[in-house]
Design a protein around this ligand. Structure first.
Ligand SMILES: *Cc1c(COP(=O)(O)O)cnc(C)c1O
Length: 425
């Protein structure tokens, strides 16, 4: 389909036939019926495609995954129960005990903990790097057992923009894929495959759902990474899977190999499935995503400009501001706008920041971000409180940083709320 992204948000992934439901139906069934033992057996052998048990596949989930895949311009996609599950599966699908991978140190706190603590217990080592380092410096972190590079299009919460060209080169010159978490940008504002990323992940919990209704995740594969060309690095894809009757994913499934393996092995064994009901909510969110992102960006720019000119504000970080250090990268990779999230510090440090947050009336303190309603939180005392001061500094998070997620309200109302709260400091 060569339609624009706005049209795909509404129509991609599900194409009802004559007399079929206009909206994606919810297949609220764990299981499917077959007439013969052989019909069912062929599904288990991955010799025929079809549904048998929702832990592995469900039509509602598949329609929504297909829409996301079309939006990203990928070859195959899958939904997961959360963004955490998506990032875990994305890496674990190609890394095992004894392997190493590289991630930007500026990523979401939950992902930082997953990679740095929990996956370390599984024998997988992650090196966190400063994503602003020059290419030659980054190369020094590559090891013979490095299996992938990971970053976020726009980092949560620090709002830095990933230099795709530099990171795609780092990955590809060392024979490994680049995995990008595209949660904040959404495929409406950035399609990482166009800039060399190989695999994209999402927390659909954020803008894609958009209404704080359901936790979810997704993985989309571009199908562009040539596993067989680096066969020795990725035996899980390039040698027979004994747990699946000796299938070799890369030769049997081509561009679908990575997602088929993640479904057949990881979903089978870990079971982090999306519920069809929640997939339906994600689908509703996707229909209006393009319209919402445009408004989020417009509102956030207005709020960022207001904050920048306010003498009670110590600093503002929003890559849509011309003065921002990531403005040029944002123009290059996200010309339509970045997202509604920005961050700033209030003069007077931690105490003033807390007084400010407690005085807001419209914007609410919530452990959430990228929602239709304006929300904020203070990473040092909320999402990142498990990190040491040194880790906080490494992740570029100042103690006074307030993550402010601009919603779809009237921008002037949001600004008036900020103004009355600042007046109370
Ligand atoms: C929220 C978030 C996640 C985790 O997603 P959940 O759906 O909460 O599990 C991962 N990456 C980014 C960038 C996020 O903002």
């Amino acid at each position: 389909m060569s339609n624009s992204i706005e049209t795909k948000c509404l129509h991609a992934g599900y194409n009802p036939g004559n007399g079929e439901p206009r909206q994606v139906p919810i297949y609220q069934s764990t299981t499917w019926k077959y007439s013969t033992s052989d019909d069912m057996g062929r599904l288990f052998d991955l010799e025929a495609s079809g549904y048998f048990y929702t832990r592995l596949q469900n039509p509602t989930n598949d329609y929504v995954a297909a829409k996301l895949c079309a939006l990203e311009g990928g070859a195959a996609g899958m939904l997961t129960s959360s963004g955490q599950a998506a990032n875990f599966f994305a890496v674990f699908n190609i890394c095992e005990a004894g392997d190493h991978f590289i991630a930007s140190s500026s990523i979401y706190g939950g992902t930082y903990n997953l990679f740095g603590v929990t996956m370390a217990k599984m024998g997988i080592e992650c090196t966190f790097v400063d994503q602003e380092l020059p290419y030659e410096e980054l190369c020094k972190y590559i090891k013979p057992n490095t299996k992938c590079i990971f970053g976020e299009t726009i980092t949560n919460p620090t709002c830095s923009v990933l230099d795709f060209e530099k990171f795609a080169r780092l990955a590809h010159e060392h024979g490994v894929p680049l995995i990008v978490d595209n949660t904040f940008a959404t495929p409406v504002n950035c399609r990482p495959f166009e800039f060399g990323a190989d695999i994209v992940t999402h927390s659909t919990t954020k803008y894609i759902d958009g209404h704080a209704s359901s936790v979810g995740g997704a993985i989309i594969d571009s199908g562009n990474f040539d596993w067989m060309a680096h066969a020795e690095k990725f035996p899980g894809l390039t040698t027979p899977d004994e747990s699946y009757h000796g299938i070799t994913y890369a030769t049997k499934f081509g561009k679908g190999a990575y997602i088929t393996k993640a479904t057949a092995q990881l979903m089978r064994d870990f079971g982090c499935i999306q519920s069809p009901q929640n997939a339906y909510y994600i689908q509703l969110g996707l229909e209006s995503l393009a319209v919402r992102m445009e408004r989020h960006c417009k509102n956030a720019l207005k709020v960022a400009e207001y904050l920048q000119n306010n003498d009670k504000i110590a600093w503002v970080k929003y890559p849509g501001l011309k003065s921002d250090s990531h403005y040029n990268l944002a123009q290059k990779y996200l010309p339509k706008g970045t997202c509604g999230v920005l961050c700033f510090g209030v003069k007077g440090g931690r105490d003033a920041s807390i007084k400010f947050m407690d005085s807001l009336e419209l914007a609410t303190i919530a452990t959430h971000v990228a929602d239709c309603k304006t929300l904020l939180l203070h990473p040092a005392s909320h999402t990142h409180r498990q990190l040491s001061d040194e880790q906080l500094r490494e992740a570029g998070i100042a103690p006074d940083l307030i993550r402010f997620s601009v919603g779809l309200e009237d921008a002037d109302d949001i600004i008036a709320d900020i103004e009355q709260a600042l007046a109370k400091i």
